[in-house]
Design a protein around this ligand. Sequence first.
Ligand SMILES: Cc1cc2nc3c(=O)[nH]c(=O)nc-3n(C[C@H](O)[C@H](O)[C@H](O)COP(=O)(O)OP(=O)(O)OC[C@H]3O[C@@H](n4cnc5c(N)ncnc54)[C@H](O)[C@@H]3O)c2cc1C
Length: 406
Amino acid sequence: MNFSLTAEHEMTRQMVREFAAREAASTIKEHDRAHQVNLDLLHRMAELGILGICIPARYGGAGMDYVCLGLACEELERVDSSLRVVMSVHVGLNSLGLLQWGTEVQKQRWLVPQARGDRYAAYALSEPGAGSDVAAIAATARREGDVYVLNGEKMWISLATVAHNFFVFAKTDPRADPPHQGISAFVVERDMPGVTTGDIHGKLGVRAGSTGWVNMADVAVPVENRIGEEGEGFKIAMSCLDNGRYTVAAGATGLIRACLEASVKYARERYTFGREIGRHQLIQQMVSHMARDYEMARLLYLRAAWLKNQGRRNTRETSQAKWFATEASFAAASDAVQIHGAYGYSDEYDVERYLRNAKGACIYEGSTQIHELIQAGYALGYREDRPLRCELPAYDEEEWQGGSNA
Ligand SMILES: Cc1cc2nc3c(=O)[nH]c(=O)nc-3n(C[C@H](O)[C@H](O)[C@H](O)COP(=O)(O)OP(=O)(O)OC[C@H]3O[C@@H](n4cnc5c(N)ncnc54)[C@H](O)[C@@H]3O)c2cc1C
């Protein structure tokens, strides 16, 4: 067992940390207040190779491993949750899904520009009437010759008004029994006639991010845009979540660290009853929980990363990491606000933003309750993973860093 990071991991972490500190930290409050996406930061992430960090060089990426993806997410969310959300959908849910399930032609067409950051990508599964219950989606894809005609509305889609490419899930067989076997996956492009998008206003958190709806009215999607086989969409959607949830876990770990650092700083500055509040044992208890949970969350996501690097199935471990880290980040953010007293209740300090952002991650990519059900299923022997037709490729340094397409 080896707990140390390699020189490459350290370099990646340092690069993303510096980017976040120099370029994101100074603008996040302003964009969060204005409910505005900072597109300049996405361009910079593309330039730095972050948007294709763990995609092989031959597909336009930086050729780093899955640990680097997690470290990048941790560093981004330490400063700005909305940038980690970009990584979750653009890299985790979409690009890695293409790497896993796409044909060579599909990878060249969509993955290469996404990994370079020339095109942004989103993942459109949820609908107004279906979130946790994926098989209840109502969007349809009707085959007509060489195209599928897509109809339906996707809701709560991160990057809805920013992305160029959407990984869309729709029913090719609405009468399938069981219903999840009737779902198929498609790449829908923003400029296809019939696609319209908009942002949701009045969100609690991720205010510097785009979260919105994608409407499809008789969108003619060529058959070549179908990812995987007809009826394979549910499996594809779930395997994409194994990667998206990993980025959420790593990001939430960064948020715990942000809460810990802010709390320690404030606890050393603020005085009550003649001493730093950090000297009060009840404050120490909250800080100790953050310090413990940071280490636990970090170990859990790095274990999932190690499994991914080996090419081993990690649905259970990734779910554990996501479930633990997001709940712990919400608790840490709540305690961080408490430690800051009234000042924590204003946006003069960052901790109120941490609390608002942390709640979202307990809902998306499998709510806390869904992860509890998953984990209970494994523990009780009701659930087991079967091999997939296409598995996420194991990391191979030589292969991933060779053959640049950039
Ligand atoms: C900021 C944000 C970004 C998002 N980004 C995306 C995105 O990019 N793409 C995308 O497709 N979706 C996205 N979503 C949607 C997200 O995935 C869903 O909100 C989530 O899956 C939960 O679905 P729901 O909101 O419909 O809640 P529901 O499924 O209606 O659940 C409501 C409540 O019931 C609980 N519940 C449901 N079923 C059970 C059960 N069997 N047992 C016990 N409790 C249960 C849930 O935990 C929850 O507390 C995003 C959401 C948010 C808030």
